[in-house]
Design a protein around this ligand. Structure first.
Ligand code: SF4
Length: 338
């Protein structure tokens, strides 16, 4: 799946493996992750809680807490250079500058005792050769860009609502025109109407700034609205990777199918949601072979023995399921013959 072409991809993750060593054993948070992201492209990282999405994002930012976390191997090529070979001071210059991250809860990113303009200005000063006055001017400009009036620039975070706080966080994240923005469930902590407003704002800013985006979410609806490509993660691995169009029209992995089936269909009068049976596996005790096999309705005997390889079933559409992948190939061949 890795297509090594530094000029074409802003980010090329190769065989990234991250573990946490805890008392109960080793948590295989991310296993052999391979992904690439083009300039200006938007990638959705989808999966249930514990699938490894946030750990992968923290890995890109080099923020995995060590101990207990450890990057076991792989490469994270960003703009042609491996982030894993950077020193901590080089990474400090990259974080917030070339790569920014928005977290789920805005309060984890905001300092409660500093006014919001100063918080944005601090980020600008850290990464640019400007005066304090210029940084404060940029802060006001950013606040206005995210829909906050300049009269509120001297307010403290607690004077804003949840949605407005997340707008401030977005302003901080975009203040230095990052080449890559990682948004980790940026609207989960907000109520539904505000979620829609914040997503709309992110879409509008993305058009203006042309930042590449990794959107971490468990919500396929958000992916449909925001992303060009999708990676479906399960138990630390990507199990399907495709364009949003291909994934929504031709989902090929049984886990992806399960995710789609568990979305409530408001047009049908159904009493029960078709949830995926069973639970995510214990990350210290991942099932052998295909880690989805205990929950998979299509599992055959070999599924518990052989680790499935990623197979390209159509250009740019990769699936880690030999059983289902082969079936799809056969079906499409049969359709072509007809
Ligand atoms: Fe299901 Fe087997 Fe495919 Fe895994 S490899 S998703 S268990 S059919």
């Amino acid at each position: 799946m890795t297509q090594m072409d530094d000029k074409k991809f802003i980010l090329d993750i190769q065989d990234l493996t991250i573990h946490y060593v805890v008392e109960s054993g080793t948590v295989h948070a991310v296993e052999n992750l391979n992904l690439s992201l083009g300039y200006g492209e938007n990638l959705g990282f989808v999966g249930e809680t514990g699938a490894g999405k946030t750990t992968a994002a923290l890995g890109i930012m080099r923020l995995v807490p060590d101990p207990p976390g450890k990057v076991i191997g792989g490469k994270i090529i960003f703009e042609g250079e491996d982030l894993l070979s950077k020193t901590e001071s080089q990474m400090r210059a990259i974080r917030g500058g070339k790569i920014s991250m928005i977290f789920q809860d805005p309060m984890t990113s905001l300092n409660p005792v500093i006014t919001v303009d100063k918080q944005i200005a601090e980020m600008v000063l850290l990464h640019n050769d400007v005066t304090e006055q210029q940084a404060l001017e940029r802060a006001v400009e950013m606040l206005e860009m995210v829909g906050i009036k300049k009269e509120r620039a001297r307010d403290f975070p607690h004077q804003f609502s949840g949605g407005m706080k997340q707008r401030v966080v977005i302003a901080i994240a975009l203040a230095c025109n990052p080449a890559l923005l990682i948004a980790d469930e940026p609207t989960t902590a907000l109520d539904v109407t505000i979620q829609a407003q914040v997503l709309e704002l992110m879409k509008e800013l993305r058009r203006k700034i042309n930042t590449s985006l990794i959107m971490i979410t468990h919500d396929l609806g958000i992916v449909a609205e925001m992303c060009d490509k999708v990676a479906i993660m399960y138990a630390g691995k990507v199990v399907e990777y495709a364009s949003t169009e291909a994934l929504f029209n031709r989902p090929a992995h049984p886990y992806t199918e399960g995710l789609f089936n568990s979305i409530p269909d408001l047009t049908e009068d159904e009493d029960e949601l078709k949830v995926i049976k069973g639970l995510m596996p214990d990350p210290t005790d991942i099932p052998s072979g295909c880690s989805f096999h205990p929950r998979c309705p299509y599992a055959v005997e070999t599924c518990s023995q052989e680790v499935p390889e990623m197979v390209e079933i159509e250009p740019g559409h990769f699936v880690a399921c030999p059983v289902w992948g082969k079936k799809l190939l056969k079906d499409s061949a049969a359709t072509e013959v007809k």
